[in-house]
Design a protein around this ligand. Structure first.
Ligand SMILES: Nc1ncnc2c1ncn2[C@@H]1O[C@H](COP(=O)(O)OP(=O)(O)OP(=O)(O)O)[C@@H](O)[C@H]1O
Ligand SMILES: [Mg+2]
Length: 167
């Protein structure tokens, strides 16, 4: 069966946070989300909303320098990775990053490509595109494409709450 692709738009940082939040509320144990998009697309802001939805209490900061940040205070363990600075799969192995996929923790990866061969079979691939209005004062927005790999019924439930964001 072909995977359904979901498309949405967010027109402000607050909407990006809200989208993350709804997914965080519904994500089951062991889920893995991959965020792809240019520098400044909104990956970290989405992750902060996602953590809020998971009821993580600590402040969530960008893992650009730490590579992986773990949070234990939410309804499930949460690991937030940013693989931007890693060059090869070997560096991923050296850090033992695949061990975070333990079937319980929820993982969210920015710049996941370098880890592709080690990812769980079931995952949610999210691709973000930046858009700019033609008029100088028109502002910017983001379009989102969500592709579940494997059965992920929770996603449909989460997105029912995001109908205001559907394009
Ligand atoms: N829908 C939106 N409309 C306008 N601005 C947005 C939207 N969503 C997010 N932003 C803004 O985009 C900026 C970059 O966000 P963020 O740091 O999350 O990007 P990132 O993808 O993690 O970047 P990097 O690749 O550098 O880690 C922030 O200022 C954020 O508020
Ligand atoms: Mg980021």
């Amino acid at each position: 069966m072909e995977a359904k692709i979901w498309q949405l738009c967010t027109y402000s940082p607050a909407e990006t946070f809200e989208l993350g939040c709804w997914l965080g509320k519904f994500a089951p144990p062991g889920s893995c989300l991959l965020l792809s998009g240019d520098l400044g697309a909104g990956k970290t802001l989405f992750a902060q909303g996602f953590a809020y939805g998971l009821e993580v209490e600590e402040p969530v900061t960008s893992p650009t320098f730490t590579v992986a940040n773990q949070y234990a205070s939410g309804r499930l363990p949460f690991v937030h990775m940013d693989l931007y600075r890693l060059q090869s799969e070997e560096e991923v192995w050296e850090r033992g990053l695949e061990e975070y996929f333990d079937g319980q923790a929820v993982a969210l990866l920015e710049w996941p490509e370098v880890m592709r061969p080690l990812l769980p079979a079931e995952r949610l691939e999210i691709s973000i595109t930046k858009h700019y209005a033609d008029e100088p004062e028109g502002g910017e927005w983001r379009s989102w494409q969500l592709t579940p790999i494997g059965e992920q019924p929770w996603l449909k439930e989460a997105l029912k709450h995001c109908e205001n964001l559907s394009s």
